[in-house]
Design a protein around this ligand. Sequence first.
Ligand SMILES: Cc1cc2nc3c(=O)[nH]c(=O)nc-3n(C[C@H](O)[C@H](O)[C@H](O)COP(=O)(O)OP(=O)(O)OC[C@H]3O[C@@H](n4cnc5c(N)ncnc54)[C@H](O)[C@@H]3O)c2cc1C
Length: 398
Amino acid sequence: MKKIAIIGAGASGLLCAIECAKNGLNVTVFEQNSKPAKKILVSGNGRCNISNTQLSPQDYFSQNPSFVTYALQNFDYKAFEKYVSDMGLVLQRTDDGRVYPLSNEAKSVATLLMQHATLLGVKILTDTKITTLTPLFKDYDAVVVATGSEAASHLGGCADGYTFAQEFGHTIIPTFPSLVQLHLREKIVKKMTGAKIFTEVSLYINGQKEMQTQGDVLFSNYGVSGFAILDISHFVSEALLHFQAVDISINLLPEFTIQKLSNHIQKVAKANPLLSIEDILAGLLPQKILKAVLETLDIQHATPITTKLTKKIANQILNWKFEVTDTHGFRHAEVSGGGVNTQEINPKTFESYKKKNLYFTGEVLDVVGRRGGFNFAFAWASGYLAAQDIIKKKLHHN
Ligand SMILES: Cc1cc2nc3c(=O)[nH]c(=O)nc-3n(C[C@H](O)[C@H](O)[C@H](O)COP(=O)(O)OP(=O)(O)OC[C@H]3O[C@@H](n4cnc5c(N)ncnc54)[C@H](O)[C@@H]3O)c2cc1C
């Protein structure tokens, strides 16, 4: 019977293990953590954004953008939905295509995967950290590296997969944290800690506007987080890796134009001459944010509200520039950019072009998706397709 070793009991390793075991193979999964599927358990704020109905290569970043195409077409959302439905996992989708388990609990995903793996006879060796791959080829016919990335070290994130790849001559595209919070130079952000607001964020790299997105921003003592920040973080992090200058501009009231906002302030001031500028802004912005806006512009309680002043305030509120100094690091990142160079991996089978019967699946590869279930989608697809190739091969180990 063919013997398969899988390193990593995460999303792609577990799906690969289940599929191999279903097809009669003898599968051992090595997991360094004391518990499998740690990232699945915390994903999507405990809900697990398990996939997306609208998978396309444009949702992924890699030095080799077409690498994901075959996998997304050959284990597409429909195929995935059927696969997990046969296992008993029912899914629900949101209007924008995100998919979650009907239970709304990540735990049901992890539990079902583990139950199926166990019932199919997969051996899952927890607290077992693999340090080198070469000896495994003596005992196993195929080895699958499903070790994930360096993101979230407290959940098992590490660089081991890259070391394994290098053992066989693979190259590594430099890695960087992605879907991660950002550090800002301006000390004033500290005073806004805890304030959350819906914004439009623009990203500038070396002074050039690169992208714009809308979503929540949450201020903290080191900088900013929130969905709008996570959505730009990949490009920020990559630019910082290349020592480029990165700035963001936060529009705190995207529904206003500068003219409309200054007209509004002037109108309220005229109708209520006793109100200070702080009182007027209190109807528009969270307290901590409006105080920080006024402090930045050095505006006092008694400062007269002139047309020039209202324009200045409106400009600050709609176009507040911050310099990004760093990301919050791999420990806090959800995923990682870079990884094993996909030019050296077969996009249909995920087998290494450098070593026969060696496979790389999931986030260890230089493939990262945007927020919305795309990272799990690639982990499932690559794990499934690697299993298909292993099943097809005539390998014999006694
Ligand atoms: C907080 C958080 C929330 C997330 N939410 C979502 C979400 O909602 N939707 C989404 O699509 N993506 C989400 N992600 C990303 C997603 O979790 C990953 O992209 C996905 O888990 C990658 O799957 P993988 O199988 O490649 O690796 P992983 O799931 O990381 O699994 C790799 C496993 O390998 C083990 N391992 C590593 N090295 C060794 C070794 N040397 N020996 C033995 N074992 C080893 C690790 O301990 C780990 O268990 C989230 C990530 C985080 C951190």
